[in-house]
Design a protein around this ligand. Sequence first.
Ligand SMILES: N[C@@H](CCC(=O)N[C@@H](CS)C(=O)NCC(=O)O)C(=O)O
Length: 343
Amino acid sequence: MGEVKVIGSTSSLFCTRVEWALKLKGVEYEYMHEDLRNKSPLLLKHNPVHKKVPVILHGDRAVAESLVILEYIDDTWKQNPLLPEDPYERSMARFWAKFSDEKAISQASPAVELGKTIMGEVKVIGSTSSLFCTRVEWALKLKGVEYEYIHEDVRNKSPLLLKHNPVHKKIPVILHRDRAVAESLVILEYIDDTLKQNPLLPEDPYERSTARFWAKFGDEKVRISVLNSLPWSEGEEKEKAIESARESLSFLEEQIEGKTFFGGEKIGFLDLAVGWIPLWLGIMEQIGEMKLLDAEKFPSLHEWSQNFIKIPLIKEALPPREELVDYFTPSVSYMRSLASQKQ
Ligand SMILES: N[C@@H](CCC(=O)N[C@@H](CS)C(=O)NCC(=O)O)C(=O)O
């Protein structure tokens, strides 16, 4: 009957249940990632009524509404039945599935409500070129939270930023229910505590502390050691800085060895914290004329880096490479001119 395509978003629980059904039936499908902030003509064409994901395309037909899709899948592929045979039991399964969507989800905790917030309830004060802001966007997307982005020019800070982050005067800041939270790693934890679905931190206290430890290490050691190698174009200072950056990367290599993500099978807190490596580190390598994340020296970190950046939800929040090059180039030239004056 033709191939199966799923128009969906990995952060949507409604899409995930469709994926589960297809996998249980052993049906292969192509996943077409939808950016819900900027809906595609394909989605609007195939679900003009609700304009929502998931939609499955089977041959030349489209089916929308996840529970309807599950029944379609069950009717079409008979192996591993999802609904029982007995009509009463079938009706009970349908009754409770509907109940769970209409009552349990929508009337659940404020945490779930956060995931469904309309634009405007969660605001991010940020700048697309900031790696600290991007990690916050990733966390919100993973949780399925819609948010309004308030672009900040850090070279000319707004009264809004200064009001909500008077201590550091830095981005990102998130505004949620008239309250402000600053410092990106603190924001990730706030998001994780507020919205329980798709947890970022593991449950186990020791594993949580380990993720926090390495996230802090990533910001304070890895990132700083990379920045320290930028002011020098060559010479002993540069060699020393590169060596120190490689040493800190080797700790991360040990953390990712044998795993798909730092969080295990799923993206977790530490993946978001060091998620700047695939793009930002590459740009610093380019502008700084150096190679740090060598595939031979750091095979696991290198592989993670390549895979992480290809995940649609991660990719869609990344700034264009050129924007970052333009942003960092003048700062590096400036650092270099200061360093050469000192020499
Ligand atoms: N530790 C902070 C660092 C944030 C940060 O450095 N933000 C930069 C943008 S990438 C900023 O706001 N810079 C403005 C400034 O330093 O005045 C966090 O994790 O949020």
